[in-house]
Design a protein around this ligand. Structure first.
Ligand code: PNW
Length: 475
């Protein structure tokens, strides 16, 4: 066995941030408590046929009532940071206007508990639970409400101001949006996520209004927070590879890169829309909903970029099913099943995709610190006769992906931290409770928490400041 000081050990830099991540709707429950109003996810999950087994986030992991226990778990793990999200309808119940003191108080208690435990709070303002009122407000426009509507971006910036005022004295790290790609294209494109719309134009409008919302909120945060505060954005960038070097397959990869990655990267970091995306989507929109100054607003300077990574995608020329999240690219692109092992989500396990993304960002965004804000895997775990929850595949997945982060660091990528998805088994969106991403098992009947082997493994990695070399898995 390699010892920490052996040449095969993979050590991470001093000050590297070791975290776990969750999201409000996936763990909190208490959906109708203390003044919280419904979000689009409450509406969606209560609509028959939308979520597996009819599951909802009404109770979830009951974190709203168990935050002390959950903070104590994290203290045991030794994490330096905890990434959580704030439920907008808990703190600004109608989406705009007066804030809800009881909702704000919950997040104050969470943050104070974390600080007391020596854990840095990392707050995300939007992890998909849009107040239903903002989705329902359409102004009668055929484009519809929610993120398809420009007004929502301004409401988001106001909400950011409310949170900065409430928590700005104790939260130093802020993320505006989690995975705007999912919010726009799964929410409004293929309808697999809330609000369940299937309208390519609405999905492109949503993507733009999310970029605008991010930029508006980043400015509000900057104005309200101490100068030392860190303002960030988290994207689920697609590690996309062409099946072959043929011009047709490479063009398929270019299209997915445009509508999956550069649709956010270009506005946020360069204040422009990708020209090829505008060309590709000419049959859907002329982008006249992008107003003067919007792209400059989206490009408000930020301090770091969060990356969520699970799996790569392999594409070739062809076509795929509709409705799709790809805003027309599905008529030109076929998704190839990647070889190799799969997780319980049926997502391929390929740590090299994470390495590829990190070195791409090293090259394309020099000077922008990177944080892996989500990485992890769903597997069915099982208890051995003494009640230990065994999840060896998850340990192998995590080891391989941390080794990929280490390799990217060694090759000059400025990676500041790693947040494991997820602390707890939780409501996995359209899959309900059927998929378990936690390193802590949750028995949803009793809400009992049990550390899985992966949790013990992660605690050791953190304590050691890195991995013991495992030649088979070090990528
Ligand atoms: C991310 N896709 O979601 C989210 O940020 C988490 O809330 C979620 O639990 C986690 O990854 C695991 O799914 C995604 O279909 C959901 O491409 C779907 C996709 C990507 C990310």
């Amino acid at each position: 066995d390699a010892r920490p000081d052996s040449p095969t050990a993979l050590r991470f830099p001093q000050g590297f941030r070791w975290g776990t991540a969750t999201a409000a709707y996936q763990i909190e429950g208490a959906a109708a408590e203390d003044g919280r109003t419904p979000s689009v996810w409450d509406t969606f999950s209560r609509t028959p046929g939308k979520v597996r087994n009819g599951d909802t986030g009404d109770i979830a992991a009951d974190h709203y009532h168990r935050l002390d226990e959950d903070i104590a778990l994290m203290r045991r793990l030794g994490v330096t940071d905890y990434r959580f999200s704030i439920a907008w309808p808990r703190v600004v119940p109608t989406g705009s206007g007066p804030s809800n003191a009881k909702g704000l108080d919950f997040y104050r208690r969470l943050v104070d508990g974390l600080l007391e435990a020596g854990i840095r709070p990392v707050a995300t303002l939007y992890h998909w639970d849009l107040p239903q009122e903002l989705e329902s407000a359409t102004d009668g426009s055929p484009a519809g409400g929610g993120w398809a509507r420009r007004e929502t971006a301004y409401r988001f910036a106001e909400y950011a101001g409310v949170m900065a005022d409430a928590l700005g004295d104790r939260v130093a790290t802020w993320t505006t949006l989690n995975e705007p790609w999912c919010a726009a294209f799964l929410g409004y494109g293929n309808g697999v996520h809330a609000p369940g719309r299937t309208d390519a134009l609405a999905s492109l409008r949503a993507a733009h209004h999310l970029n605008l919302a991010h930029g508006l909120a980043a400015r509000v945060l900057r104005g309200a927070l101490p100068a030392s505060a860190e303002v960030s954005l988290t994207l689920n960038l697609h590690a996309v590879r062409a099946l072959s070097e043929s011009p047709e397959d490479r063009d398929a990869a270019r299209r997915i890169d445009a509508v999956g990655n550069r649709i956010f990267l270009d506005p946020v970091f360069h204040g422009r829309l990708p020209e090829d995306l505008v060309r590709d989507t000419a049959g859907i929109t002329d982008w006249s909903f992008v107003e003067d100054g919007d792209l400059a607003t989206a490009a408000a300077p930020i301090d770091s970029l969060g990356i969520n990574y699970y799996s790569p995608a392999v594409v070739a020329a062809g076509s795929s099913e509709s409705p799709s999240p790809w805003a027309g690219a599905e008529r030109h692109v076929r998704f190839e099943p990647a070889p190799g092992p799969r997780t319980a989500m049926d997502w391929p396990v390929d740590a090299n995709g994470l390495y590829e993304l990190l070195v791409r960002l090293r090259d394309e965004l020099p000077g922008v610190p990177l944080v892996v804000t989500e990485n992890g895997a769903a597997y069915d775990d099982y208890a051995d006769p003494s009640g230990n929850v065994k999840d060896p595949e998850r340990v192998a997945y995590l080891h391989a992906h941390l080794a990929a982060v280490h390799r990217a660091l060694a090759d000059g990528a400025d990676v500041r931290g790693y947040f494991l998805w997820s602390l707890l088994d939780n409501f996995e969106w359209a899959y309900g409770y059927s998929k378990r991403f936690g390193i802590v098992h949750v028995d949803f009947a009793t809400q009992r928490r049990t550390l899985k082997d992966s949790a013990r493994w992660y605690a050791e990695v953190i304590a050691r400041g890195g991995l013991e070399g495992r030649g088979d898995l070090d990528g």
